[in-house]
Design a binder for this molecule. Structure first.
Ligand SMILES: *[C@@H]1O[C@H](CO)[C@@H](O)[C@H](O)[C@H]1NC(C)=O
Ligand SMILES: *[C@@H]1O[C@H](CO)[C@@H](O)[C@H](O)[C@H]1NC(C)=O
Ligand SMILES: *[C@@H]1O[C@H](CO)[C@@H](O)[C@H](O)[C@H]1NC(C)=O
Ligand SMILES: *[C@@H]1O[C@H](CO)[C@@H](O)[C@H](O)[C@H]1NC(C)=O
Ligand SMILES: *[C@@H]1O[C@H](CO)[C@@H](O)[C@H](O)[C@H]1NC(C)=O
Ligand SMILES: *[C@@H]1O[C@H](CO)[C@@H](O)[C@H](O)[C@H]1NC(C)=O
Ligand SMILES: *[C@@H]1O[C@H](CO)[C@@H](O)[C@H](O)[C@H]1NC(C)=O
Ligand SMILES: *[C@@H]1O[C@H](CO)[C@@H](O)[C@H](O)[C@H]1NC(C)=O
Ligand SMILES: *[C@@H]1O[C@H](CO)[C@@H](O)[C@H](O)[C@H]1NC(C)=O
Length: 433
């Protein structure tokens, strides 16, 4: 089904994002990785220079208005999932909700509609009919929780433009197990390549975001990002697989990882380690809905060993086999509580793709485990985790490692462009336009 949205009338507009430092993890579709309250702005009508206070932790959050009259909602930006959804159960007072009964333009989708019958095929559980013959959706999350509700359409107003007929899940029950995160946002904006994602519904050809590494701001841009000050972007093709495979998420933004470097040392790994196998296991996804980065066992182990080796004189490994941060991060270090910085610069870690590279350096390599103290030391964990420990069959590039990288998703040319930039400055630059 075609959605009646003309994105071209907008040209590029940006959303200003404010977000806070991160905390917990839970897998994407279900998962959040970073939290941002954000403010929508059109480039042509610059926002006031003041920044919004941030309210959230581990997710990139955009603010928009839904329904008529409009209700303000916040949605987590998630390139790792498809269906946009809002929490609609108004009897829950512990979280922000969208109240469909207060929107004159709210229209539930009947289950006979082709939207319900054919467009939900990419969802992990296809939609069904409820007792009122409305389209019933069930979303399942990697943390084994699920939520249920009706598919519906309504007005979505973003950046000063309104879109009628945006399809979303109006969820009544469930929500993810991650209550802390859930309680702060109204819903999730699925941005993957599936037909019901926000990106697909708007017919977007390109979008970009840039997450600041120095403050809690970020920029989301719909449209072209070929600004002269940003160029050149380095591009890596998106991988498409035409046949369905059990472990391959075809709607994800999948890129080809070719190697990992610690400083200039390329890990000695065969390329096949980074290639999906015949079941589809082993794809590499770019996921704004997951906080940290996960690597399959063999790559993780090689990286871990090399990092330990290169930091042997700088960092003291936490010798505690029982401590695994968030279930996947088993390389942690003891850092004296009284030190404000690491004594020596840490070696950088580079993810090498076909045509592009993302380099992670400095503080972003380690994350302080909240509340963990050993003697006079705090515990800091390596921000690359082991997918095997979580039972995930994929490499996932989380948003923590996308900080200060301009991330362009070019759907038309099926590629992802990256450029190492100061995202706080890029944001100021765009907003000043
Ligand atoms: C981040 O989240 C944690 C746990 O949910 C909470 O304890 C902390 O106060 C939050 N920080 C901010 C700045 O919101
Ligand atoms: C919704 O957000 C806008 C812009 O931030 C604000 O002006 C308006 O008062 C908000 N409306 C409600 C009902 O909170
Ligand atoms: C909307 O109103 C109907 C009829 O009064 C009620 O059954 C339903 O629970 C309401 N839905 C919400 C989300 O409040
Ligand atoms: C918006 O969409 C609804 C449902 O698809 C439709 O009934 C309504 O007429 C539309 N409104 C406008 C202004 O296009
Ligand atoms: C809404 O939430 C309440 C409280 O959690 C729950 O008891 C109720 O079953 C939910 N409503 C629906 C329609 O799922
Ligand atoms: C950016 O792209 C647009 C549309 O593709 C094109 O018209 C414009 O000339 C490009 N600008 C630069 C600086 O390359
Ligand atoms: C660590 O580096 C040294 C010197 O480069 C090398 O001999 C040793 O094999 C390395 N150890 C591991 C575990 O890679
Ligand atoms: C931290 O404490 C250690 C040992 O107690 C001491 O040697 C070091 O100088 C202190 N560092 C700072 C920055 O105070
Ligand atoms: C912690 O630091 C204090 C003050 O420097 C010192 O007296 C104490 O022994 C240290 N404790 C441990 C467990 O190292």
């Amino acid at each position: 089904m075609k959605i009646h949205i003309q994105f071209s009338t907008l040209s590029a507009f940006i959303l200003r994002i404010l977000f806070s430092s991160a905390e917990p993890l839970s897998r994407s579709s279900a998962a959040k990785a970073v939290v941002l309250p954000l403010e929508t702005q059109e480039i042509k009508s610059p926002p006031p220079p003041s920044k919004l206070p941030f309210t959230h932790n581990v997710t990139l959050t955009v603010s928009l208005a839904v329904g008529s009259p409009p209700q303000n909602v916040t949605m987590v930006l998630d390139t790792g999932s498809e269906l946009p959804w809002l929490q609609c159960n108004t009897t829950r007072k512990d979280r922000p909700v969208f109240d469909p009964n207060r929107s004159l333009s709210y229209t539930p989708i009947p289950c006979t509609s082709s939207t319900c019958t054919s467009q939900t095929r990419d969802l992990s559980i296809p939609a069904s009919c409820d007792s009122k013959n409305l389209c019933h959706a069930v979303l399942s999350y990697a943390d084994a929780s699920s939520s249920e509700g009706n598919l519906a359409t309504d007005y979505f107003a973003i950046g000063g433009s309104r879109f009628n007929g945006t399809i979303f899940g109006c969820m009544d029950s469930g929500f993810s197990n991650n209550l802390d995160e859930d309680s702060k946002t109204t819903g999730l904006m699925g941005m993957n390549r599936g037909s019901l994602s926000f990106v697909s519904q708007m017919g977007l050809k390109k979008f970009s975001y840039c997450i600041s590494g120095s403050d809690f701001s970020g920029i989301l841009l719909f449209g072209d990002s070929n600004f002269t000050w940003l160029l050149p972007l380095n591009y890596t093709p998106l991988i498409q697989i035409s046949t369905p495979l059990p472990y391959f998420d075809r709607a994800a933004y999948t890129v080809q990882l070719e190697g990992i470097k610690v400083s200039e040392t390329l890990l000695q790994l065969p390329k096949s380690v980074f290639e999906p196998d015949h079941t589809g296991a082993g794809q590499t996804m770019v996921d704004s809905g997951t906080q940290f980065t996960f690597l399959l066992g063999p790559a993780y182990t090689a990286l871990k060993n090399e990092f330990i080796n290169q930091t042997a004189r700088i960092l003291r490994v936490l010798e505690d086999p029982d401590f695994v941060f968030q279930g996947a991060f088993d390389l942690c270090f003891r850092v004296p509580l009284n030190s404000t910085a690491f004594p020596k610069p840490l070696p950088s870690v580079s993810l090498v793709f076909n045509g592009a590279e993302i380099t992670v350096s400095g503080d972003r390599l380690l994350y302080r485990a909240p509340g963990e103290v050993r003697g006079n030391d705090s515990v800091h964990c390596f921000t690359f985790g082991n997918s095997d420990l979580l039972g995930i069959e994929a490499y996932i590039i989380g948003h923590h490692h996308q900080q200060n990288v301009w991330m362009e998703f070019d759907l038309e040319k099926s590629r992802i462009g990256v450029a190492q930039v100061r995202c706080d400055l890029a944001g100021q630059r765009l907003i000043a336009k």
